[in-house]
Design a binder for this molecule. Structure first.
Ligand code: NDP
Length: 446
């Protein structure tokens, strides 16, 4: 690194934006990675690309009012953060969860810009959602909420403008209700949402894409280090969309899945989950919407309120639940349990200090913006399918997903320094995404 690079201090710019704690941790992470790149490129400095990427193009905040099953009026916040469309239409999921705040969505939208850039697909970055809690609500309540949310959101989106998708609390059911309302209001059936049910223009393989992509990325990390996933013990957190399909592909590739979790606790599998147990669990979670505490099976132990990280020995960890679910102590526990590779299926599940533990101990760490980018890449294939009035086969989707994930892995390697003998994928991903965004910002002028 040059002297200029070492002295580049982006912190005053970050302070000026007054980010919330989650957004701050996301931008500080990126700042640390890209400061040397900015220091060596005067066109990035002149065009003030770092600052221009800190402030979203716009933040849309609205009221969502709907009627519950008892006839009472309910009121929630709704948001859509359109962060940057410099590489394509704003693209990123909608999250419905009581913990959602503007800070959560700022951090997710920012991360999304880098992730989407890494995919090489023509998509910008955005994120949205609500503090609505779908848990415990009837189907009709979820439908009425989604319809009310779309009543406002439809003014801001379009297939070349902003194309939302699912995230925590927003799966095929919610996307179906949202898209149904959009079609009724606008008369358009233009594929403005991705992750749609198949009958509404969805893509075969989209449900599997994020989890499959994460495993493909983890496998590429292992291969680069001269190893394989076959026979490895794989710890997974979460039991939602990303986690379940990460488990499926890890097992197909010969891995043994030893944990899963939800917000109530974790399950561990003495000898690894069987494929019959996985089929049951997918049905239990996706169809019956059950809780892990009510699910049991041969060789399965339930650990109330526990995260998976210290429960069993493992070689690979795939955090696939939520942000900051791996803190410093958890990272140390993972190291003690023998984990050598961590790939983030969720968005920023590992805190900054957890990542530091991994780097110090030589654990390979694949950041979410690279490792879970398969979901958004495949959403972009859904946009291609809809725009061309086409119908893709699952094989076509899966082949292209694998290509994209391997290409992202290559970009990380080619931009990454080595730290304690291990490739620093975090820095590689930040720099790879940043350069694409920065070049486009310079090219478009002010
Ligand atoms: P789902 O809602 O399908 O599943 C989320 C899972 O995480 C559930 O098992 C949930 O448990 C658990 N969870 C949620 N919050 C917490 C918490 N605070 N503590 C412990 N467990 C928790 O979401 P997805 O699988 O779609 O998303 C998971 C992560 O992956 C998120 O970070 C998301 O942003 C990211 N992601 C998702 C993509 C996608 O295509 N779906 C694409 C890229 C990233 P419970 O049911 O008890 O709440």
């Amino acid at each position: 690194m040059t002297t200029a690079a070492c002295s580049m201090n982006l912190n005053p710019l970050i302070d000026a934006v007054k980010p919330g704690p989650l957004y701050r941790s996301a931008i500080e992470e990126v700042a640390e990675s890209v400061a040397p790149v900015i220091a060596e490129n005067t066109s990035y400095q002149d065009a003030r690309v770092f600052e221009r990427l800190l402030i979203p193009d716009r933040v849309i905040r609205f009221r969502v009012e709907w009627v519950n099953d008892q006839g009472g009026v309910e009121v929630n916040f709704g948001w859509r953060i359109e962060h940057t469309n410099v590489l394509g239409p704003y693209k990123g999921g909608l999250r419905f969860h009581p913990s959602v705040t503007e800070d959560t969505l700022h951090f997710l939208a920012y991360e999304q810009c880098f992730k989407n850039a890494l995919t090489g697909q023509p998509i910008g970055g955005g994120k949205g959602g609500s503090n609505f809690n779908p848990k415990g609500k009837s189907d009709n309540e979820v439908m009425r909420f989604c319809q009310a949310f779309m009543r406002e959101l439809q003014r801001h989106i379009g297939p070349s403008v902003d194309v939302p998708a699912g995230d925590i609390g927003v799966g095929g059911r919610e996307i179906g209700y949202l898209y149904g309302q959009y079609m009724k209001i606008t008369k358009q059936r233009d594929g403005v949402l991705t992750g749609k049910p198949l009958g509404l223009g969805g893509l075969l393989g989209r449900s599997e894409a994020t989890g499959y992509g994460t495993v493909t990325f983890a496998e590429a990390m292992l291969k680069h280090a001269g190893d394989t996933i076959d026979g490895k013990r794989v710890m997974i957190s979460g039991s939602g969309n990303v986690a379940l399909y990460a488990a499926e592909l890890a097992m197909e590739k010969g891995g043994r899945v030893v944990t899963m979790s939800d917000s109530g606790g974790s399950v561990s599998f003495e000898k690894g989950m069987t494929s019959e147990q996985l089929r049951e669990l997918i049905d239990f979670k996706e169809v019956q919407r059950g809780r892990l505490k009510d699910w049991s099976g041969k060789g399965v132990s339930y650990h109330p309120e526990a995260r998976p990280w210290s429960l069993v020995d493992a070689d690979v960890a795939l955090p696939c639940a939520t942000q900051h679910e791996v803190e410093t102590d958890d990272a140390a526990a993972l190291v003690d349990r023998g984990v050598k590779v961590v790939a983030e299926g969720a968005n920023m599940p590992c805190t900054h200090s957890a990542r530091t533990v991994f780097h110090m101990k030589g654990v390979l760490f694949g950041p979410g913006k690279a490792a879970n980018a398969g979901g958004v890449a495949t959403s972009c294939f859904e946009m291609h399918q809809n725009a061309a009035h086409d119908s893709w086969t699952k094989d076509r989707t899966m082949d292209k997903l694998t290509d994209v994930m391997l290409e992202i892995h290559e970009q990380c390697i080619s931009n990454a320094p080595m730290v304690n003998g291990a490739v620093d994928y975090g820095v590689g991903a930040d720099r790879g995404g940043f350069v694409k965004l920065a070049d486009a910002i310079v090219a478009m002028g002010v």
